[in-house]
Design a protein around this ligand. Structure first.
Ligand code: S3P
Length: 427
């Protein structure tokens, strides 16, 4: 699908966003191994969290979908049945990495595969700890999907220092830790998003996060819960950037997740001069939710590096767009992980930027975009990557004429209503 985008002078109004992708995955997975029914409200409409639901259904768990309200009929930690077919994770790295933690502890073998992008995502990072715990996992070249997990109902706890901090890998190990004999510990060089820790606690697990170390002891049963998924802050990022850049903007985004392990985005934007207010912060299911108000602002630009890079990794494509129109430009360092996301995002960002007449330099693990540049109308590609589709739809709002986003439907991996929402608030 091609989407044509005209320049915009304002991004204004009030919107709500689909449920957070990261949190939706975790709720679905934990609900599927909890005892009894969980009701998940504002579940993500994105294809990825629905891939997780499809997987738990293939494992014999009942799922009822009523729009964004999902009921998962969990049968307890040992309630899965051996899958009669391959588990299809679609485009979802979170699904394959996090489900693997649970599957490693099952008394059966599971095979997981996804689309052509998934076939290039490295899995060694989960295979190593899960094999240390006692599972056996086969993968293409030892790392690429499809993967086949020979589960072990007698997993052993490990104390594991992650070579690269990653919330997906941490979650995978902690989920396996629900089953492993003893106390499983994960250690990271910096704190990554902690939605799994919060959700595990909500469902009743014996989990103790302490800074960058998390311990989980098996033995506690999980219980079905009623939970509300906060709006997706990473989805909000596209509208925040659009509103900062469009001259007459004034936008409110209601009910967005503002968990401190995700709000590096807001800190970075505000630090560079963006006028963003976080209003009416409240708590639900252990997660923080707030309303964001954003107005057109002059954005200075800046440097993203070290731990901040990791905390902003999903937002870098749209921040690169912001950087090109900022006062001083944007430098991103320590971002080698961008090369193994849904696409090589250093390469796909650079390609689209150049098509739009933007100067950009790249290195093996970063990029530099000078500021005060003007986007030229062009035909850009999503390359099948949702965040690239949405970032360049935003860039197109500031071009000197109509632009086209090819394979624009990729956005629906995390944000099915993205273009409709954009249409509603553009001036
Ligand atoms: C995610 C963690 C991050 C992020 C991804 C979602 C999660 O990946 O980029 O989009 O939900 O845990 P890594 O764990 O690979 O850093």
């Amino acid at each position: 699908m091609q989407v044509k985008i005209q320049p915009a002078s304002a991004i204004s109004g009030a919107i709500r966003l689909p449920g957070d992708k990261s949190i939706s995955h975790r709720y679905a997975i934990l609900a599927s191994v909890a005892e009894g029914t969980s009701t998940l409200r504002n579940y993500s409409t994105g294809a990825d969290p629905h891939s997780t639901l499809n997987c738990v259904e293939t494992l014999g768990i009942g799922v009822e979908r009523d729009g964004t309200e999902i009921k998962v009929h969990g049968k307890g930690l040992r309630g899965y049945t051996a899958p009669a077919k391959t588990l299809d994770v679609g485009n979802s790295g979170s699904t394959i990495r996090m489900m693997s933690g649970i599957l490693a502890a099952q008394p059966f073998t599971s095979r997981l595969e996804g689309d052509s992008s998934i076939a290039r995502r490295p899995m060694k990072r989960i295979i190593t700890p899960l094999e240390l715990m006692g599972a056996k996992i086969a993968a293409v070249d030892g790392t690429y999907p499809p993967i086949e997990i020979q589960g072990n109902a007698d997993l052993q706890a490990i104390d594991y220092t992650l070579p690269v901090a990653s919330a997906q890998v941490k979650s995978c190990v902690l989920f396996a830790g629900l089953y492993a004999n003893g106390t499983t510990v994960t250690r990271e060089s910096h704190k990554t998003r902690d939605h799994s820790e919060i959700a595990l606690k909500e469902f009743g697990a014996d989990i103790r996060p302490q800074g960058t170390t998390v311990s989980i002891t098996s033995g506690a049963a999980l219980t079905g819960r009623e939970l509300l998924v906060p709006g997706d802050l990473s989805g909000a990022a596209f509208f925040l950037v659009a509103a900062i850049l469009a001259k007459e903007s004034n936008l409110v985004i209601y009910d967005v997740g503002v968990n401190p392990s995700r709000t590096a985005l807001i800190d970075f934007l505000v630090g560079g001069g963006a006028q963003i207010k976080v209003l009416d912060v409240r708590s639900s299911g252990g997660e923080l939710i707030g309303d964001l108000q954003v107005r057109a602002s002059k954005f200075q630009g800046g440097v993203i590096e070290k731990g901040v890079t990791a905390a902003l990794i999903d937002e870098i494509p749209v921040l690169a767009v912001l950087g090109a129109m900022s006062e001083e430009g944007l430098v991103v360092r320590d971002a080698g992980e961008l090369r193994v996301k849904e696409t090589d995002r250093i390469a796909t960002v650079a390609e689209n930027m150049r098509r739009m007449g933007i100067e950009i330099e790249t290195s093996h693990d970063g990029l530099r975009v000078p500021g005060k540049q003007q986007f030229r109308a062009a035909e850009v590609d999503s390359f099948g990557d949702h965040r690239i589709a949405m970032a360049f739809a935003v860039a197109s709002l500031f071009a000197d004429g109509e632009s086209t986003v090819n394979e624009a439907e990729a956005a629906s991996v995390s944000f099915a209503e993205f273009y409709d929402t954009l249409e509603r608030i553009r001036g």
